[in-house]
Design a binder for this molecule. Structure first.
Ligand SMILES: NC(=O)c1ccc[n+]([C@@H]2O[C@H](COP(=O)([O-])OP(=O)(O)OC[C@H]3O[C@@H](n4cnc5c(N)ncnc54)[C@H](O)[C@@H]3O)[C@@H](O)[C@H]2O)c1
Length: 504
């Protein structure tokens, strides 16, 4: 069997015309295909068609769509008043409520109406495609077609290959995605598919750092934005999507991977969920919001009020970046401890305490600096317990002299940026290794689906593959937590000095 997606008379049925179905119908019609919409709610599909036309008229008003394109797209949109009207569809995409019983029943009804060759796809975000297709006669023509909200703006679509999905179906749906001007990636039928699984790393590691009392949500978000170039940190993102959406999603993924510690949710996340503090929509979550939706951010900057130290002992004197920071601030960089000056170290994956003990340094005067990412915007520092605050601030004042912001956190192996980036990269490597998608599709999907500045594998390259691996090795050794075990994919590439994006 095969389906020529380029045929001019292609008809795509869209069942369920809520937020997602509307978007799917719109990009189908704009791609020059006929979109036949059906919704169980009385008048639902007609309302959806009217809403799409309104949206398109708005685009015409802004000069982003021509009148001719509007007219052409309009004729491609059709309303079906019963499921039977979908009998002639070449493809049916389902986008009804996220409920397995509803979807299973509907898939049975669709199969009874359409021809043997019709492809039936689900836009589910969390239900296994194989379980929706479970009782169908012909499961080979079923796959997932996971679009992102709002569909017309989000270019990514995950084409999900279930155990019984035939290769011609995947080929056809990749072609359909392209005709809809999407960027399709082929993904395994595993919990969270690609983007929602990959997205757990930033959230769970941010939560872990917070739970350990190392840094506040505000500090973690600021470091992710300023040092690592993310548009949003994990806590502001959780507040935006809603704790009622992301906490249950985290649990599903954790259960789905049989309690893999890399995906462990946090009881603090659950506490907010239980309290109904759901983020922006309820006016409070990780942050509080004012009546206009403005975020009350307690801030992430440490503003040392003491005089900068005149000299600093730079233990890692081979570290050009560190030496330059000190010299640039007009301080003297000492290579040997004078017994008085602050001591600067720049550990990889280790906390300040471990660094001090291993290198036999004065714990009261040692300040660890994270040089990951954009040091011109923000630097993170930490000290061992019982360190001298005045000495620390004299060192922080030197760093702040260049105009960079300084974030002071509690002692933590891998600070914030190293931990977060290594964990995002590690999960991406694991996803490539276990075949959830190809290495390049993992990166494409995470950049398009989550607006990441770079995909997880490219993030490993950005940290340095060896450095990324080292951070995880140290984290696992210091915490004793299996959560930090490096992916074998990452380890091999670190050992061989290869890019993390190198295919197997
Ligand atoms: N909203 C998102 O951000 C998002 C993103 C990706 C995937 N999804 C998935 O897309 C699907 C739809 O989500 P949504 O946000 O558009 O939901 P929605 O509630 O906006 O729309 C669902 C529509 O389905 C209709 N419907 C329900 N049962 C039906 C049936 N048996 N037959 C025909 N129509 C039926 C409803 O009347 C409603 O119009 C879900 O599976 C969801 O997980 C949602």
């Amino acid at each position: 069997m095969s389906l020529d997606i380029s045929r001019p008379d292609l008809v795509v049925g869209v069942v369920g015309t809520g937020a997602m179905g509307r978007g799917i119908a719109q990009v189908t019609a704009q791609g020059g295909m006929r979109a036949l919409m059906y919704d169980a709610a009385e008048g639902g599909a007609a309302r959806a068609k009217a809403a799409i036309l309104e949206t398109l008229k708005g685009l015409v008003a802004k000069g982003r769509l021509s009148d001719a394109d509007l007219a052409k797209t309009g004729t491609n949109l059709a309303v079906a008043d019963s499921l039977h009207a979908l009998a002639g569809c070449h493809v049916v995409v389902e986008a009804v409520f996220e409920d397995l019983t509803v979807k299973r029943k509907l898939f049975g009804e669709i199969e009874a109406v359409v021809s043997r060759e019709t492809i039936i796809a689900s836009n589910t975000s969390s239900i296994r495609i194989a379980s929706i297709a479970h009782s169908l006669k012909h499961r080979d023509r079923v796959c997932g077609m996971h679009y992102f909200n709002p569909v017309p703006l989000m270019k990514l679509v995950e084409v999900i290959r279930a155990a019984d999905t035939a290769p011609w179906v995947i080929e056809a749906m990749v072609a359909l995605g392209k005709r809809q001007t999407r960027v399709p990636v082929v993904v395994g039928d595993t919990p969270g598919f690609l983007v929602n699984l990959g997205g757990t790393a930033i959230g769970t590691e941010g939560l872990r750092i917070y739970q350990e009392g190392r840094a506040s949500p505000s500090q973690i978000d600021a470091v992710m934005r300023d040092s690592c170039g993310f548009r949003m940190g994990p806590f502001e993102l959780m507040d935006l999507t809603g704790i009622d959406v992301n906490f249950p999603a985290r649990k599903i993924i954790y259960e789905g991977f049989f309690h893999d510690r890399r995906m462990t949710p946090s009881p603090y996340h659950e506490s907010l969920y239980a309290a109904g503090k759901l983020g922006r929509k309820t006016g409070s979550g990780w942050y509080d919001y004012d009546a206009k939706g403005g975020k009350r951010d307690p801030g992430a900057d440490h503003l040392p009020s003491v005089v900068p130290a005149a000299s600093v002992v730079v233990m890692d004197s081979h570290n050009e970046k560190l030496v330059q920071l000190v010299l640039g601030a007009g301080a003297k960089a000492l290579a040997v401890d004078d017994g008085r000056s602050p001591i600067l170290v720049a550990p990889t994956g280790k906390d300040c305490t471990t660094t001090v003990v291993e290198r036999n340094l004065d714990a009261r005067r040692t300040v660890a600096v994270d040089l990951t990412g954009d040091t011109a915007k923000r630097l993170t520092i930490m000290t061992a317990p019982a360190a001298d605050d005045l000495v620390r601030d004299a060192a922080a004042a030197i760093l702040a002299r260049s105009g960079t912001k300084v974030t002071l956190i509690k002692d933590s192996p891998g600070f914030i940026a190293q931990r977060m980036c290594a964990m995002i990269a590690n999960l991406g490597c694991e996803m490539a290794m276990i075949g959830i998608a190809s290495a390049s599709d993992v990166d494409t999907a995470m950049t398009l689906g989550l607006n990441y500045p770079r995909g997880p594998l490219a993030l490993a390259d950005w940290l340095g593959v060896k450095t990324c691996h080292e951070i995880l090795v140290q984290l696992q050794a210091i915490t004793g937590d299996d959560r930090y075990r490096p992916s074998q994919w990452l380890r091999r590439r670190a050992q061989l000095g290869l890019s993390a994006t190198t295919p197997d």
